[in-house]
Design a protein. Structure first.
Length: 705
């Protein structure tokens, strides 16, 4: 089979040739009695922890059981998040990963045996910086000067990017990227000799250091107060220091399982006296949930498990960094949420497959979970959870305040596609929605619902309406859609052929925008309208390096190009409209000879500016290779130049625009003269024959333009 660490085998009782093998890497199917096996391309990784970096967009990191550590993009500009979007990183199969807060290309990772490596992704170079490089193989924990767990913490200080912590039975600190480690605590475990002997049975020991006990299993430094550090051991002790490790106090909750593993401790981002503790006691045959909170630096603790099933132990509790008391818990049976500081919990499973959640983190309003057996999952944009208590009880329609949105068009939704190797199917991660994300709630079916996004001057940029194929549901329930802020491109005309100058919407510049909702409800008695509006910010892509002023200049020129292209195309449309109406006048007059001569002369004059504005000989997409493009094509082609990236327009773009639009204005002025003189004279002839005069159609004044 493809993997070496196998755990189970299912044999089809009705077909001896069919079997399924499960292993630490995934599962494999055979239809020929094990002569050949399916590939391991399923999203079944078992992750111990999860963390993220400060790259844009952020990347997700974790260590996989019996496989490499991995980092993977949280979103891409491609179809989905596929095999090309992940790579190996520091550490090994079991450890924590920590990313330099100021340089996301420097990564630290651990694994069993005290392995700790530093990787520079720019160079690909790796360095072993074990806190105590004394190989423990074959020894029991009692022989080790420093005992390192299978998955020992590696954590940067939230106050100083040069401070890195790791843990044995002591809390260790480095300020020089792991070259030097200093103990800043005493032994914070029970250090019970009965738990430190050799691992294995009477015949064969199994001393790989994987099974070491009496270690610090979790730490958390307060993001509010430097040097306030909480620590929990795998043998049931909790400690705190408020002076950076100079002195420690034991604060283990009363009533906590004596040998319970302190799986995760979380310092509150809102209150330095508050911490959240998850205790995993299942290895002592206790599958009940254990989770605690303290609001007084550990002097007292409260158990907070109401709503979590009694057979579901808890591995991690995290507090929302924005909304105080909004909690997320990872358990053996999925994810739970509490809106009141843990007094009550409810499932947040949604479409997440039922699987053990070993860790979870919050990043940029997303919840990212590390599952054991179903890889990484992300719950995008949790901002609505922060407003749940603010929904007016009497409202039939309500949208949650949209978060500020990046001015970036990301990739598609992912799903399943044909893989690159052997044509097998490969699972691809889904990209989040692009643009401003709109989450709304309808308590009953609506007749219609419309969202409008406008600038602060009241100009409508985007309209999303139910019944128009725009993904706006009017059915009762919670719904989510998105809108990318862009102004419409230039208008075309029938049969128009352009070279490298197709219509291109103009992305709105950074700034504040207004969103409004209008929902209509009807019953037998009355029609009700619910309206709501608010503002959000449209934020520039930080990777471009351009200022908001640069992008405003780009937008302004792009809109001028769009406007002048409209002027050109509207002129061609008007000329052709006049010609059509002249031909209709011929027919209405019975092809009066005098009228025909005058009309043909008028059409000939109109052909002058028409031919200078547009290459009238174009009949196919390749014709511009033979017939030189004209002014509307040249001006429109500038749009692609100016919009090619998030940058201020080049000086030469302005120069060419001025030249081309000056030449266009000559033709527009000529057209105006022809209309005011030649067409006016032709209309006099029409009036003399009691025929309807020709009124040029100015498209720019049509509704919606």
């Amino acid at each position: 089979v493809p993997h070496g660490d196998n755990h189970d085998l299912w044999l089809n009782p009705d077909d001896a040739q069919m079997m399924i093998n499960s292993n630490d890497g995934s599962a494999n199917v055979s239809f020929d009695g094990g002569q050949s096996w399916s590939e391991q391309d399923l999203a079944t990784a078992q992750f111990y922890h999860v963390t993220t970096d400060n790259h844009f967009p952020y990347r997700i990191y974790g260590a996989q059981q019996d496989n490499s550590t991995a980092r993977i993009a949280s979103r891409t500009t491609g179809f989905g998040i596929g095999e090309d979007d992940w790579e190996s990183t520091a550490g090994g199969e079991s450890g924590y990963i920590a990313i330099d807060p100021e340089d996301p290309e420097i990564v630290y990772g651990g694994s069993y045996g005290g392995l700790l490596t530093r990787v520079d992704h720019r160079t690909g170079m790796s360095r072993n910086i074990n806190a105590w490089p004394d190989n423990p193989m074959g020894h029991g924990a009692i022989d080790a000067a420093l005992r390192f767990q299978w998955t020992f913490p590696i954590v940067f200080s939230p106050h100083d990017p040069d401070v890195l912590y790791t843990c044995s039975q002591f809390l260790l600190k480095s300020t020089n990227e792991g070259e030097t480690w200093k103990k800043i605590s005493p032994d914070l475990t029970r250090n019970d000799p009965s738990t430190l002997g050799p691992s294995g049975g009477d015949l064969t020991h199994d001393n790989t250091a994987v099974e070491y006990y009496a270690t610090i299993f979790t730490i958390s430094e307060s993001p509010i107060i430097s040097g306030l550090i909480w620590a929990g051991s795998d043998d049931g002790l909790v400690h705190i220091t408020r002076d950076g490790g100079a002195s420690w106090e034991q604060i283990t909750p009363a009533g906590m399982p004596e040998w319970g593993l302190c799986s995760m401790i979380e310092a509150s981002p809102h209150d330095p006296a508050t911490a959240w503790l998850a205790v995993d006691n299942h290895e002592n045959d206790d599958y009940t949930p254990w989770a605690y909170v303290t609001h007084d630096y550990g002097k007292s603790w409260e158990k907070i498990v109401s709503g979590i099933p009694n057979t579901t132990f808890v591995r991690v509790v995290r507090e929302d960094p924005v909304q105080k008391g909004l909690l997320y818990a990872g358990t053996e049976m999925g994810v739970f949420v509490s809106f009141n500081g843990g007094q009550n919990w409810q499932s947040l499973q949604l479409n997440l497959p039922l699987s053990p959640i070993h860790d979870l983190v919050l990043k940029e309003d997303d919840v990212i979970v590390a599952t054991h057996g179903r890889s990484f999952w992300v719950l995008d944009d949790i901002t609505p959870l922060r407003e749940i208590d603010e929904i007016p009880a009497e409202r039939s329609a309500f949208y949650f305040q949209p978060k500020d949105a990046w001015r970036v068009r990301w990739g598609g939704g992912g799903g399943r596609f044909r893989g690159r190797s052997g044509g097998s199917a490969a699972t691809v991660g889904q990209n989040p929605l692009s643009g401003v994300v709109i989450t709304y709630l309808l308590t009953e079916d609506a007749e219609s619902i419309v969202f409008e996004i406008s600038d602060l001057d009241g100009n409508v940029i985007t309209t999303l309406a139910s019944g128009e194929g725009q993904g706006i549901s009017k059915s009762a329930g919670m719904h989510r859609t998105s809108a990318f802020l862009q102004y419409p491109s230039f208008r075309s005309f029938e049969g128009m052929i352009m070279w490298a100058a197709g219509p291109r919407p103009v992305t709105a510049p950074p700034g504040a925008y207004r969103i409004s909702m209008k929902a209509v409800f009807a019953d037998r008695r009355r029609v009700r309208t619910v309206e709501q509006s608010s503002h959000f910010r449209w934020i520039a892509d930080p990777r471009s390096g351009s200022s908001d002023a640069d992008l405003r200049a780009q937008f302004d020129l792009a809109m001028l190009i769009t406007e002048r292209t409209n002027n050109a195309n509207d002129a061609v449309y008007m000329i052709r409209d006049i010609k059509t109406k002249v031909d209709a006048a011929f027919e209405a007059s019975g092809n009066d000879a005098t009228l025909v001569r005058a009309g043909e002369a008028l059409k000939a004059k109109l052909s002058g500016p028409e031919g200078e504005i547009y290459q009238v000989r174009n009949q196919s997409g390749q014709d511009p290779l033979n017939f030189p493009i004209k002014l509307n094509n040249k001006i429109a082609a500038l749009l692609g130049v100016v919009m090619s990236g998030d940058y201020r327009p080049t000086d030469q773009s302005y120069e060419v625009f001025v030249i081309l639009t000056t030449e266009l204005q000559v033709q527009l002025d000529l057209l105006k003269v022809i209309i005011n003189t030649d067409l006016a004279a032709f209309n006099q002839q029409l009036a003399g024959k009691s025929l309807e005069e020709i009124v040029p159609h100015d498209r720019s004044k049509d509704e919606g333009n």
